[in-house]
Every structure is written in C-alpha cells, then in structure tokens.
Design a protein around this ligand. Structure first.
Ligand SMILES: Nc1nc2c(ncn2[C@@H]2O[C@H](COP(=O)(O)OP(=O)(O)OP(=O)(O)O)[C@@H](O)[C@H]2O)c(=O)[nH]1
Length: 413
C-alpha cells in the first residue's frame, strides 16, 4: 500500500494526489541457481550464420562475458515434438459396462466459476468490507471514507477508489444505500477502467513465425504461461515452437520440454548456463526455416532493478531483430498478482527496456490483492491479454473486463 489518499472532503477541495513510489521488492534474483541437466542431448547446428549474426552484435557491445561462446553453441538441440496420443482408445472388450457414478470432480467448471473461485480472496476482502459498512446505514462522509479505505487496501488504486466513492455520493448522499447497489457500482467502475485494456492477443498468420517474447521477474509464471499458451495455440491448429531462453534454471528447461511433449511443439533448448542470446538466435533461425506459426521465447526471471540483467534482455531483443526487424511482434510481461504494488514498477521498467506490448497477470487465485490489475490498468493503460487463476493448462484465459469486474465485486455472471 504505497498510494496516498485524501479524505472525501479533502478531495472536494484539493487537487488529485500522485501515487507514491512503489515499495521495492527484495527478492533475490535466481540467476545462477540452476544445475546442468545430466541428459542434455547433443545435436549439430549451423553455427556459421548464427556466429556471423552474433559476432556483428558482439562488435557493438562491451559485454564480452555475455557474447556466446563457440562451445556453448554446439549443444543446441531441437526437442522434436513427441507424438501425443490423441485420445485413449475406447475399451473394446465385450464386457458389460460397469455401472459407475459420473465423477463430479471431473466436471470442468466454467471459466467464470473458476475465475470467481480464484478471485474469491480478493472479492471477499472487498465485499466483506462493504457489507460491514453498508448494513442499514446512510451514505455519509464516514461511510464514504471507510469505503474508500477498503477499496485502497484492496489495491484498486486511489483514482478508482475515489471515482467509486464520488459516483456513489452523487445523488445518494444522506440516503440509505444497499450493499448490492454499492457492489453494482463497484463492478461498473472497475469494468470501465478495464474495458479499454482488455485486448485479445492477435496472432498475425502472415508471420512465420509470429514471435512472442515473454519477460518478467523471477517466478511470476513465464514458463507456465508459455506452456499454457502453447496448448491454446495447438488447439487452434497452429504450429508452435518454444525457445527455452531461461538458461539459468534447469527446471525451466525441463518444464518447457514437458509442455512441448504435451502440446506437440518443438522446443529449442541448451545446457543450463548457456548464453541466452545465442539460443534465441538459433531458435529464430529454426522457427523461420520451419515456418512455424508462433515462436514462444522464454527468458530468465530478472528483477527490474538489476541493470546488467535488463541489458541482457535488450541484447536478446537485438538478436531477434537480426532475423526479423519487426520482431518480437509481441512482448508479454507476466505479473504475479500476489506482489501487489510492486507490479506497477515492473510494468514501467520492463516496458522501457523490453518494449512490453501486453500483460499477463498470473496467480490471481492466490491473493487478496487482485485489485492491483485495476490500479495498473488505470495508470499504465497497457493491454491485458490473459489472466491466470491456477497452475493447470485451462487456468489461463483471455482477459475480459466484465467477467473480472463481476467476479471481484461478487456479482453473478
Ligand atoms: N496458483 C497459481 N500458480 C501459478 C500460476 N501461474 C504460474 N504459477 C506457478 O508459479 C510458479 C512459478 O512459475 P514459473 O512458470 O516457473 O515462473 P517463471 O517466471 O518461469 O520463473 P523463473 O524462471 O524463476 O523466472 C510455478 O509453481 C507455477 O506453477 C497461476 O496463475 N496460479
């Protein structure tokens, strides 16, 4: 909670406050924590073209330590898509069908139900507070102040909190107001902030590949999001390739390979500790040669305040442009909803360094701070493409303002 607020009456007379700077997050960067996978396969690549391209980049850079080394390059592998059985064949034995109860656990809940469940902590924080204030009470300065506090504590942001209380006060001051009415206005205001940023991720079919670079702070869900996206694109019949550019973390490479097997996507991977820019260079070439529809590039997690790591990210972008000046066509920033206000700062810095074009907010299921998406949208107006409410493949969906607003305000779909 780093935003300042003015009281309701203060607002009536004063100018709007600026949000205070965000609290710094003191996570340790996980760079270097990885171990080398024992089974890193060997495969020949075409290092000449890449060497030429990379050498050109290297000439312009002083970062000698990040320039790909020849020995690093020889271990690039393409994990070919492993055949995933389409579906379990139906049992052919002539045995009578065992009479089994339908398993309710397997019934897939609708997306809205999962979103509402996922957002329940955020929603309860808001609606619980609202009911405690608006039980048979008139709308006066005190109730408005209390409501404003609840909205700000739920990370909705000062601006949205003020808009909501001002709209409530309009024509209702000193009158009794129901909790439902407050929630309805809350949902409407939240939706009006989110509607302009809720934009689907459009894949340009004329690009072979449409390059999607995924960036973000450690553990925000980059690799998982890439896997989920790969599954979505595969369902749409798109040919997908993934580049395991998070060369710091062995688990990330393995994770991506598993997603590749599941979704029938090729995975370009290397040994842990290999140069990420070199790997991305190879992946770009491979993806173009195979003319895949989408290339999803994973990157190592980095804190936005680590200048050298941000410079490395810039280098990855330059390497991509060596192959296609217009790429990356999409730069997704994953934001972990549980980090609250710090996410604001991440949008700003990753936006400048990596040219972020859209957001994915993950882990909305694990937090009471889901309102941060509203504050981010009000401030940055950056497109929000997807939101995640769980670790499963179906727990990522295109972002829709109305659904989110209703779920967070505790209103049925
Ligand atoms: N509950 C929940 N967990 C998630 C969600 N998205 C990702 N996760 C989990 O968050 C953890 C970190 O996800 P990763 O995909 O490994 O994150 P990353 O950004 O690639 O991590 P680094 O490589 O360390 O930067 C994993 O345990 C994921 O399963 C989500 O929407 N909800």
């Amino acid at each position: 909670m780093s935003e300042k607020k003015r009281g309701f009456f203060g607002r009536l007379f004063g100018a709007k406050d600026e949000a205070a700077p965000d609290a710094a997050r003191d996570d340790e960067n996980s760079a270097g924590e990885g171990e080398v996978p024992a089974d890193a396969p060997e495969a020949a690549t075409e290092p000449e073209a890449r060497d030429a391209g990379l050498a050109e980049i290297a000439e312009t850079e002083a970062e000698a330590e990040t320039t790909p080394k020849t020995e690093d390059r020889d271990d690039t592998v393409v994990e070919s898509a492993v055949e995933v059985p389409e579906q379990e064949p139906a049992p052919t034995e002539p045995e009578p069908e065992p009479v089994t109860e339908p398993e309710p656990a397997k019934e897939r809940k609708s997306w809205f139900a999962r979103l509402r469940d996922g957002l329940s902590r955020s929603s309860n924080a808001l609606t619980g507070g609202i009911s405690s204030i608006f039980t048979k009470r008139k709308l006066d300065a005190d109730t408005l102040e209390e409501l404003e506090d609840i909205l700000i504590q739920a990370d909705l942001g000062v601006e949205t909190a003020m808009n909501i209380t001002e709209r409530l006060a309009d024509g209702r001051y000193d009158k009794e107001i129901s909790e439902e009415e407050v929630r309805r206005i809350l949902a409407e205001e939240v939706e009006s902030v989110l509607e302009p940023v809720a934009k689907p991720l459009e894949i340009d079919a004329s690009l072979k590949p449409h390059v999607i670079l995924v960036v973000g702070v450690n553990g925000t869900g980059k690799t998982t999001t890439i896997g989920k996206l790969s599954a979505k694109f595969a369902t749409e019949g798109k040919r997908v390739m993934m580049a395991a550019g998070d060369t710091f973390r062995a688990a990330a490479v393995e994770q991506l390979k598993i997603w590749g097997e599941r979704t029938g996507a090729d995975v370009i991977a290397r040994d842990t500790g290999a140069d990420a820019a070199g790997l991305v260079f190879d992946a770009m070439r491979e993806a173009r040669e195979k003319a895949v529809d989408v290339l999803l590039i994973d990157t190592a997690g980095r804190l936005q305040n680590r200048a050298e790591l941000m410079a490395e990210l810039e280098k990855v972008v330059r390497v991509i442009k060596k192959h296609d000046e217009t790429a990356p066509h999409t730069v997704l920033l994953t934001l972990d909803a549980t980090t609250g206000q710090n996410a604001m700062n991440q949008v700003e810095i990753f936006g400048k360094t990596a040219g972020v074009s859209g957001l994915v907010m993950t882990k909305l299921d694990g937090t009471a701070r889901g309102g941060i998406l509203v504050a981010i949208s009000a401030k940055h107006r950056m497109p929000v493409h997807f939101i995640g409410v769980g670790e499963g493949v179906d727990d990522l969906e295109p972002f829709k303002a109305e659904e989110f607003a209703k779920a967070i305000a505790g209103i049925p779909a």
